[in-house]
Ligand binder design. Structure first.
Ligand code: S3P
Length: 444
C-alpha cells in the first residue's frame, strides 16, 4: 500500500518515461522469428515484457541483456532463428498479466509443428480469447480453450496447413489483428484484416521494417484494413523503442492538473494510432507542445506540457467516442481523472472494450472516482463525468490493474487529504519506476 498527499509544489523539470510496452513486446517476438540478430535499445523491462522474453526463451530463443559498451545504455539482443526456428517448450507458456503476449503468441503458436498450452494470471484467465480462437480456427488452426469457456488456458495443437483469410473483426483490436497477421506469416495466400477503426499499427510498421510485405489502408469512414502478402523472410534489425505515450499520459495529466506546472517529457512515441489523448486534450484547451519531432518508423517527439484550465464545447459538454477510442483506449482511466477536474460534462462512449481490460475499467474508474467525491456515472459503453467538483483523498481499490493505480496516484496530487492505493505494486506491469518518477517531478 502507498499513502499519497495532495501535492504542495508545482510539477516542473524534465522526464523520460520507459519504453513503449506494445513495441517492446513486438521487438522480442519479431526478433525471434527473424533471421539473424535484433538489437533493441529503450526496451521496457516491466512485468509484461519480461513475460514475453520468458516465453521465447522457453522455445529455445537466446535473448541477452547487456550494457552497451562505453555509454552504459541497456541493450537486448535477440538471436532470431527464422519463422521455423522455435522449439517445443518444456512446459506451459506463462504470460503473467499480459494480454498482448497471450493473444499475439497464440497467432504464432497456431502455425508451429508442436503442441503448446498457454495461460497467465487470474486476470488473463478471465479475459476473452474467443476473439482470437474464432479467426485462427477459420485459418485452419487447432486452438481450444482448456476449460471450454473461451478463456485461457489455451491448447494449441499442430496442423498441416494454416491458410490466409479475409477477416472482418467486430472490434478495433490490435491484439486480434496482430494474432491473425502473425499466423498469416505462415500461409501461402494473402491475409486481410478489416477493423471498424484503425487500432494501433505497430505490428504492421515493425513487420514491414523487418522485411514483410504488409500495409494499412484507411477508408473515408475511418474503417481500416491490414493486408499481408506472405512469403518474405524477416531479417534481424536494430530497434530503438520510444517512450510509451501510455506512461507519459500520467505525467501529462499531472502537469495539466497542478497549478503553475511546466514539464518536459522527452522522446515520447506519438504514432497517430496511439496519440488520441493528446488531440483530445488539446481540443479541451490543453497546452501541449511538440519539439524535436522524428518521423522515422515510429514517430516520436519531446512534449512540453503546461498547466491548463480544461473546458468543453460552447454547450459545456465534451464527447469522446468513435474512432478516437482505439487511439486512446489505455488512457481512458487517466482521461477520466482529468475530466473530473475539467469545467464541463465529459461523455465517454463507444468504449465497451474497457470492460475486458486488466480489470473492468468502467467499474474500477467510476467506483474509485466516486470514492474521491466526483460526480460520475457508468454507462453501457463508457461513463459520464460531471467535472469541476473538488476531489478528496480516498482508499483506492485498483483490482490489481496497473493503469488504475497510476491514474489514481495522479488524482491524489490534487485531492484534499490522504489517498491510499491499496495494491500499488501492480505498476510494475508497465512502469516499475513510476513512483520514483512521480517523486522526482513533484519535487517531494
Ligand atoms: C495492445 C493493444 C490494446 C491495448 C493493450 C496493448 C497491443 O489492446 O489495450 O494494452 O500491444 O497490441 P486491444 O488491441 O485488445 O484493444
Amino acid at each position: 500500500m502507498i499513502t499519497l498527499e495532495k501535492v504542495k509544489n508545482r510539477i516542473t523539470g524534465e522526464l523520460s518515461v520507459p519504453g513503449d510496452k506494445s513495441i517492446s513486446h513486438r521487438s522480442i517476438m519479431f526478433g525471434a522469428l527473424a533471421e539473424g540478430s535484433t538489437e533493441i535499445t529503450g526496451f521496457l523491462e516491466s512485468g509484461d515484457c519480461l513475460s514475453t522474453i520468458e516465453c521465447f526463451k522457453k522455445m529455445g530463443i537466446q535473448i541477452e541483456h547487456s550494457m552497451r559498451p562505453m555509454n552504459g545504455v541497456p541493450l537486448i539482443t535477440v538471436h532470431g532463428k527464422g519463422l521455423r526456428g522455435l522449439g517445443a517448450p518444456y512446459s506451459t507458456l506463462y504470460t503473467g498479466n499480459s494480454g498482448t503476449t497471450t493473444r499475439l503468441m497464440s497467432g504464432i503458436l497456431a502455425a508451429q509443428s508442436f503442441e503448446t498450452m498457454i495461460t497467465g494470471d487470474a486476470s488473463i484467465e478471465k479475459r476473452p480469447m474467443g476473439r482470437i480462437i474464432k479467426p485462427l480456427t477459420a485459418m485452419g488452426a487447432n486452438i481450444t480453450s482448456a476449460r471450454g469457456n473461451d478463456c485461457a488456458p489455451l491448447v494449441i495443437k499442430p496442423v498441416n496447413k494454416i491458410k490466409g483469410i479475409a477477416y472482418h473483426s467486430p472490434v478495433a483490436s490490435a491484439q486480434v489483428k496482430s494474432a491473425i497477421i502473425l499466423a498469416g506469416l505462415y500461409t501461402d495466400a494473402d491475409t486481410v484484416v478489416y477493423e471498424p477503426a484503425l487500432s494501433r499499427n505497430h505490428t504492421e510498421l515493425m513487420l514491414r521494417a523487418f522485411g514483410a510485405d504488409i500495409h494499412n489502408e484507411v477508408n473515408v469512414y475511418g474503417s481500416a484494413t491490414a493486408v499481408l502478402h506472405p512469403g518474405l523472410p524477416l531479417h534481424g534489425m536494430k530497434i530503438n523503442v520510444p517512450g510509451d505515450i501510455s506512461s507519459a499520459a500520467y505525467f501529462i495529466a499531472a502537469a495539466l492538473l497542478v497549478p503553475d506546472s511546466e514539464l518536459l517529457i522527452r522522446n515520447v512515441g506519438i504514432n497517430p494510432t496511439r496519440a488520441g489523448i493528446i488531440n483530445i486534450l488539446r481540443q479541451m484547451g490543453a497546452d501541449i507542445q511538440e519539439f524535436n519531432r522524428d518521423d522515422s518508423i515510429e514517430p516520436k517527439a519531446d512534449l512540453l506540457v503546461r498547466y491548463s484550465e480544461l473546458h468543453g464545447n460552447a454547450n459545456g459538454r465534451f464527447e469522446i467516442g468513435g474512432k478516437d477510442i482505439p487511439t486512446m483506449i489505455d488512457e481512458i482511466p487517466i482521461m477520466a481523472v482529468i475530466a473530473a477536474s475539467a469545467n464541463c460534462e465529459t461523455v465517454i462512449k463507444d468504449a465497451a472494450e474497457l470492460k475486458v481490460k486488466e480489470s473492468n475499467r468502467i467499474d474500477t474508474v467510476v467506483d474509485n472516482l466516486k470514492r474521491m467525491g466526483c460526480d460520475i456515472e457508468a454507462t453501457d459503453d463508457g461513463m459520464i463525468i460531471h467535472g469541476g467538483k473538488p476531489l478528496h483523498g480516498a482508499d483506492i481499490d485498483t483490482c490489481n490493474d496497473h493503469r488504475i493505480a497510476m491514474s489514481f496516484a495522479i488524482a491524489s496530487l490534487i485531492a484534499e487529504g490522504t489517498t491510499r492505493i491499496i495494491d500499488d505494486h501492480c505498476v510494475g506491469i508497465s512502469y516499475p519506476t513510476f513512483f520514483n518518477d512521480l517523486n522526482k517531478v513533484t519535487n517531494r
